[in-house]
Write a protein that binds this ligand. Structure first.
Ligand code: NAD
Length: 365
């Protein structure tokens, strides 16, 4: 894109070990004296404990599921209205933050959530401030205007400024309890964001810089975080990698691997990070060019071949699925068609039609 670009990043970011202790200050900064905390069942006890110290927490909604459903948004909206809160905190992984973003965006309106989901009505002009507190190191949802929500089997990525958090409170200590497999899935999601933001047709210099650093951090820390979840340096560096990964795709958007992740999640039930990682090393090979070689060198690698190797090694270490035979009965025609028509495929620097995708997936048999 040369020297013409627009860079914008409106989220106030606080980062550091133990920073969750500053949640009360962040709420005050946002002018909030009554907030709803959205989380999942796993984090409920932790949020209850926080409530003892932070009187601004007026209510807790803990019914978020993985691949969050619109019904979760509706449940959170109901509590927002019943408790008359003036801010929403999303404390959890991407599923939780995306639910909280959607609820904060629509709660002051009078329409049903489904109308906004289907794009049948504009989002309300007024919305509640949303504070993102990630507890996994992967999605970068804390700095994006994206909310990924499902209604039944239909999983939608909605990109709209109304979903931009006001503040992100990133405390790597919260990720200490993430189990190894989820650590690997989410860590490779961060890697995918950085690489896809970097090779997206819409890439730009500011995002590029963050992408290089995110890739370097993942390569140097994910294995340790996977093997020892209590390694503080590795957890800190992975939380930073996830943040930088989020910033590196927030404007350029993602590309081929993310386009393929949707059918892989919807039809073969791979978690988001694992679904992105499934084709990531294939796209490293397909998208290899001088720019990608340069990223590899700046991230401390000899070149794109080594990058592909390192991604494959991480997937193997984490026990992630890597071959089509790991997915059960695969409908190749549908898989290639659904990947080809996904809008994010248009961002891939190399054109990938159904035939090219078939060739790629045949290589993964
Ligand atoms: P997740 O939020 O679904 O959480 C995965 C699992 O990890 C859950 O069982 C959860 O309970 C558990 N977990 C979370 N924090 C934990 C902790 N600290 N300790 C122990 N367990 C913990 O997973 P995710 O990968 O963070 O998010 C995936 C979702 O985010 C997908 O729906 C994906 O599409 C979406 N996503 C959104 C964006 C965005 O910009 N909005 C970007 C990428 C992905």
């Amino acid at each position: 894109m040369g020297n013409e670009f627009l860079y914008r990043q409106p989220v106030v970011i606080r980062f550091g070990w133990g920073k969750i202790a500053e949640l009360g200050d962040v709420l005050k900064e946002q002018g909030a004296d009554r907030c709803l905390v959205v989380c999942d069942r796993f984090l409920r006890d932790r949020v209850e404990a926080l409530r003892q110290e932070i009187p601004e927490i007026a209510a807790i909604f803990s019914e978020v599921e993985e691949n969050p459903q619109l019904s979760g948004v509706e449940g959170a909206v109901k509590l927002i209205r019943e408790n008359k809160v003036n801010a929403v905190v999303g404390m959890g992984g991407g599923s939780t933050m995306d639910t909280a973003k959607f609820a904060a965006a629509i709660a002051l309106g009078d329409g049903e959530a489904i109308g906004y989901f289907r794009g049948e009505r504009p989002f309300p002009a007024e919305r509640l401030p949303m504070i993102a507190v990630p507890t996994t190191a992967g999605t970068g949802s804390e700095v994006t205007q994206v909310s990924v929500i499902s209604c039944g089997k239909e999983k939608k990525t909605i990109n709209n400024p109304v979903f931009m958090p006001r503040a992100a409170l990133i405390d790597p200590a919260l990720t200490e309890t993430v189990p190894p497999r989820t650590t690997m899935n989410t860590g490779l999601d961060a890697m995918a964001h950085a690489l896809e933001g970097y090779w997206s047709k819409n890439h730009q210099p500011v995002s590029d810089l963050m992408a290089v650093e995110a890739v370097r951090l993942v390569l140097n820390n994910l294995e340790t975080a996977y093997k020892d979840g209590h390694d503080r340096t590795a957890r800190e560096n992975m939380a930073l990698a996830a943040l930088l990964g989020g910033l590196s795709f927030a404007l350029p958007k993602t590309a081929g691997s993310h386009a393929c992740s949707y059918p892989l999640s919807e039809d073969y039930h791979l978690p988001h990070g694992e679904a992105c990682a499934f084709t990531l090393d294939s796209f490293v090979r397909i998208n290899a060019d001088d720019r990608l070689e340069e990223l590899c060198r700046r991230a401390g690698l000899s070149g794109t071949a080594e990058l592909g190797e390192r991604i494959r090694a991480l997937k193997q270490l984490g026990g992630l699925r890597t071959r089509l035979s790991d997915l059960g009965d695969v409908d190749m025609d549908k898989l290639c068609h659904d990947c080809a028509v996904h809008p994010l495929m248009n961002n891939n620097p190399v054109k990938m039609d159904e035939a090219a995708l078939r060739q790629m997936f045949e290589g993964l048999r």
